[in-house]
Ligand binder design. Sequence first.
Ligand code: C2E
Ligand code: CA
Ligand code: CA
Ligand code: CA
Length: 277
Amino acid sequence: AKTAGRRTHYFFNDELRAQTERQNTIHNRMRDGLKRHEFSLVYQPIVDFSSGKVTKCEALLRWKDEDGNVISPAEFIPVAERTGLIHELGQFVLEQACIDWVTVHKSGYPIEVSINRSERELNDMEVAKQWLSCIKQHGIPTESITFEITESLLMSNKQRQLQILHYLRSQGVQLAIDDFGTGYSSINYLQRYPVDYIKIDRSFLNQAPDDRVQVALLDALLRVARALDIDVIAEGVETKRQWELLQQQQCDFAQGYFISEPLTLDKLLDFLRKWQF
Ligand code: C2E
Ligand code: CA
Ligand code: CA
Ligand code: CA
């Protein structure tokens, strides 16, 4: 038993070392990739049910490495969060989104942009202040920017992060809780932390309208949100039936493949031209 234990011990060390090495490799490739402009943003339109118009879009990061492989953010964001490169990536995302916002506005579409922020990006007040000055330098009203943060952060009681979120919001930036319904999702936390939107995760809706429990939960959530004056954005809307259910239940916004996949800036402008007029 002793030798087996020791072997397991070695095994874990080897695993850990291999994992660290993999992470370091990805980290270095990302760092170099940033310099080589391998990162870009795509935008997914968000429709306002009350007007039927696209009034927002979410900026999503893409990485096409030097070999031309497109790597999913679901793969590289967690690594960037662990190694700290998320700060540089996040800076790039905000800068690029601001530049693109100006282009979209000049093209005649007054839409807002939603930007994902990792928990780790939110632990420095100076950084938050730099974000605000970046937004202002581009002549963008802070109200046009929404930061999306995951629900686990709001429920974690991390005072420094929450203080920064309060500060950003006091400066006009809007806040959305991302992936709502995937974690602890205690509805009662919503009243503690003022946010402007909740984004209900795809998994919350994937069986609706066939699953009566999902429909009932959606209905309950929409009622609570309405009472708290929080707007609800349904994510991952893929079918006409989901769209109709959401509309009927008076959900505020929808986002998903049923409307559009995430688009490059050019394609977004084409899309807006066709959708809005
Ligand atoms: P997320 O913030 O929940 O973004 C929504 C994800 O769902 C996106 O995946 C989007 O392409 C995908 N999606 C949109 N509509 C549909 C649909 O109808 N069906 C399905 N099955 N999927 C849909 P993506 O772009 O691969 O991003 C994955 C995650 O990576 C994001 O999830 C977000 O957590 C993270 N991420 C992306 N960009 C950034 C960023 O700039 N900063 C940070 N910190 N995280 C980011
Ligand atoms: Ca998001
Ligand atoms: Ca989400
Ligand atoms: Ca409202």
